[in-house]
Write a protein that binds this ligand. Structure first.
Ligand SMILES: *Cc1c(COP(=O)(O)O)cnc(C)c1O
Ligand code: SF4
Length: 474
């Protein structure tokens, strides 16, 4: 033991003694909480969108048709809308950013209205949807376009069968918004200056091939219906896909993946056809004793307003379970404070925090990635804040198709080179999956090494060799 470890050990001992010696009457006393710690209950209310849409009243703003029609799609519409409201140099920055990224831009009025246009550079909603030239970093050299190998693991186009009993069914390739950090930038949205996309159109014929495959595999029990976003799926298709899957003998669980509730809660309040379709699927599932639920995608507490609460109340009354999958992003939600607030606010509106993802290795969004260590630190701070079933598991979706792994479960992590190694014995036994921390968090020397193909290989080989050595010693 070094002397500093000695010191730490004796400090720790002292603390144990102190805890034991505490007088019984104060042991369970809790200080009164500050108003700040109840912030999760205060949701944004009033007509906050009027700054951007001065002539739009509540009724119009709450219509999903109006929201869809007025979504800012592409550069011109967005610039027109914020001209005179956002700072001029911000608009210049944005115009340059548009041409440098793989994702098309599309944002709902709901989200645009929530952005702080006095300081849009720092705003966590802006960061997720609107790229700025000044904030972009070059991609990590180890990054590939379909980093999760969703296409490689797809036996049928649009159906990824990676895990034994569950599969991911990509029914379409559009969303009510386009997130900069989308893992599926290989397919989602229209072609951009930098990427030509794979097509996954709404197409019952293509779906039928996926259904036949699902039926032919008795081990499949659980289907994620995703995209794109099932919010954009017409009601009749929601019903048809739901019924088709639930009526398969092997299927026990289905989930509809939609970011919609987070980006346009109005649809739940005003699109009765869609809501009734998904409720009918839920009720059919209940009759057949099969689970139907929605997985959604809130990333920051700012996205949750009184409108969201109203939408969630409707879904809750209908008996729908809604879980949340969020992505940890630099400058968006990468602090224990923000994640705690998000966790508690989701619980407040009856959304269960399910996963917090380490940001995938995706093109054009280096500015949004964090280190694995940051993720680990935040998880530790959040766990214990509220009910365990409302506390997300923090995961890395292992690049190369290893699937989701608990962020703490790395086999090896070199914080200097930023390489972490994960294994996935239940998914791909024997394989090693490497995740790479963003270069900007590493020393200048290591950043330079990553630019050198020979050293890249050395750093990866070192991580794998070390992983194997640690195993042998176990
Ligand atoms: C995430 C994912 C699933 C579902 O996994 P859960 O851990 O059950 O949420 C299924 N298939 C693929 C390919 C996935 O990426
Ligand atoms: S809603 Fe989901 S699929 Fe659509 S762009 Fe965002 S992350 Fe990608």
């Amino acid at each position: 033991m070094t002397s500093s470890q000695d010191l730490a050990a004796s400090e720790a001992e002292k603390n144990i003694v102190k805890a034991k010696a505490a007088p019984p009457e104060v042991r369970h006393a809790r200080a009164p909480v500050s108003a700040d710690s109840l912030k999760h209950r205060e949701l944004r209310d009033g007509e906050w969108w009027r700054r951007l849409y001065p002539d739009v009243g509540e009724e119009e703003f709450l219509s999903h048709v109006w929201q869809m029609r007025n979504s800012a799609y592409g550069e011109e519409k967005l610039v027109d809308l914020i001209q005179g409201i956002a700072p001029d140099d911000f608009i210049e920055d944005l115009k340059k950013g548009f041409h440098l990224v793989p994702m098309a831009v599309r944002v709902t009025p709901y989200l645009l209205g929530l952005i702080d246009w006095d300081n849009p550079w720092e705003d966590p909603i802006r960061r997720q949807f609107i790229p700025l030239a000044s904030q972009l970093y070059p991609d990590h050299p180890m990054l590939t376009l379909d980093s999760l190998h969703e296409q490689k693991d797809a036996p049928v186009e649009g159906l990824t069968h990676r895990y034994q009993d569950k599969a991911l069914f990509l029914v379409m390739d559009t969303c009510p918004v386009y997130c900069r950090f989308c893992t599926r930038s290989y397919a989602i949205g229209v072609d951009t200056d930098t990427v030509e996309k794979v097509n996954l159109r709404v197409d019952p014929k293509r779906w039928e091939k996926a259904f036949e495959y699902i039926e032919s595999r008795p081990e499949l029990e659980d289907i994620v219906i995703s995209g794109g976003d099932t919010y954009n799926l017409p009601a009749k298709h929601v019903r048809a896909i739901g019924e088709r899957l639930l009526n398969m003998k092997n299927i026990r669980r289905i989930r509809f993946a939609t970011k919609g509730i987070a980006v346009m809660p109005m649809k739940v309040l005003s699109d009765d056809k869609w809501l009734d379709a998904i409720t009918d699927v839920l009720n059919l599932g209940r009759k057949l004793h099969k689970e139907v639920c929605i997985h959604t995608h809130f990333n920051t507490p700012n996205e949750i307003t009184e409108i969201t609460r109203r939408a969630m109340n409707v879904l809750f009354e209908r008996g729908m379970t809604v879980r949340n999958q969020c992505v940890l992003q630099n400058g968006v939600n990468d602090s224990a404070e923000t994640m705690t607030l998000l966790t508690k606010r989701l619980s407040e509106i009856n959304v269960q925090p399910y996963y917090v993802y380490q940001h995938d290795m995706v093109q054009g969004v280096e500015d949004l990635r964090t280190t694995v260590q940051a993720n680990i630190d935040i998880e530790k701070m959040v766990r214990g804040v509220t009910a365990g079933f409302n506390t997300a598991v923090h995961v890395v979706d292992a690049p190369g198709g290893g699937g989701k792994r608990d962020v703490h479960s790395f086999d090896y992590y070199n914080r200097e080179t930023g390489v972490s190694v994960y294994t996935a014995p239940s998914v791909k036994p024997g394989a090693f999956f490497l995740y790479f921390d963003p270069l900007r968090e590493l020393s200048d020397e290591i950043q330079a090494a990553w630019m050198d193909p020979k050293k890249q290989k050395e750093m990866c080989d070192q991580a794998i060799a070390e992983t194997m050595r640690l195993r042998q010693n176990r």
